[in-house]
Design a protein around this ligand. Structure first.
Ligand code: S3P
Length: 179
């Protein structure tokens, strides 16, 4: 049984979709940011501040490598910048079935207008930062993905329905995904 990995830009809904999906398909859910925070006993913001972005990116790669040794069949939400490294995209493919939750910049700007937890979006011109990062990353998300779902204007349940519909591939069998 394969893992289901949720990717996409910050604020696209990976965590809420992942939690709901994990109930629906009765699988455990994990999250690379939370795993890194637990391991290093620091928040993502503190890691960026004290150790820098590159160190955080190395931690993400290490986290994926460790996930390969864990039991399969999990729902895994990954940080928004993780698919940017080619090594990470390779690891994602090996880890399971990759779902890209695609979102418009307007949706993210309104959702994250007052967010203080994403170091890359702090300071002036948040909207500009969102647009620039999104346009730089779009092709990486796409090339890492097995399926892509447009999430704007959809409820968490509707998104989960789409994922489950794709997973089941018409035969209702979650265990066959990605085969
Ligand atoms: C990042 C996304 C964040 C977190 C870090 C960097 C990014 O995760 O990993 O702040 O580069 O897009 P979420 O996508 O869960 O917000």
């Amino acid at each position: 049984m394969k893992n289901i990995i949720l990717t996409g830009f910050m604020g696209c809904g990976k965590t809420s979709v992942g939690i709901r999906l994990s109930y629906r398909v009765r699988r455990t859910m994990t999250d690379t940011d939370r795993k890194i925070e637990r391991l290093y006993r620091m928040s993502v913001s503190e890691i960026f501040e004290k150790m820098g972005e590159e160190a955080f990116r190395d931690m993400e790669t290490h986290c994926l490598e460790k996930l390969l040794d864990e039991p399969q069949g999990q729902i895994i939400a990954v940080g928004g910048g993780l698919p940017i490294r080619s090594r990470n995209r390779e690891l994602l493919k090996r880890l399971g079935w990759v779902v890209y939750l695609r979102v418009k910049p307007e949706t993210i700007c309104s959702r994250l207008a007052t967010d203080t937890t994403r170091p890359l979006l702090q300071g002036e011109d948040r909207e500009e930062k969102v647009r620039a990062l999104m346009s730089a990353r779009g092709s990486f998300y796409e090339s890492a993905a097995d399926i892509m779902i447009d999430v704007d204007g959809k409820t968490v349940d509707e998104i989960v329905d789409e994922i489950v519909g794709n997973i089941e591939g018409g035969d209702g069998n979650y265990e066959t995904i990605g085969d």
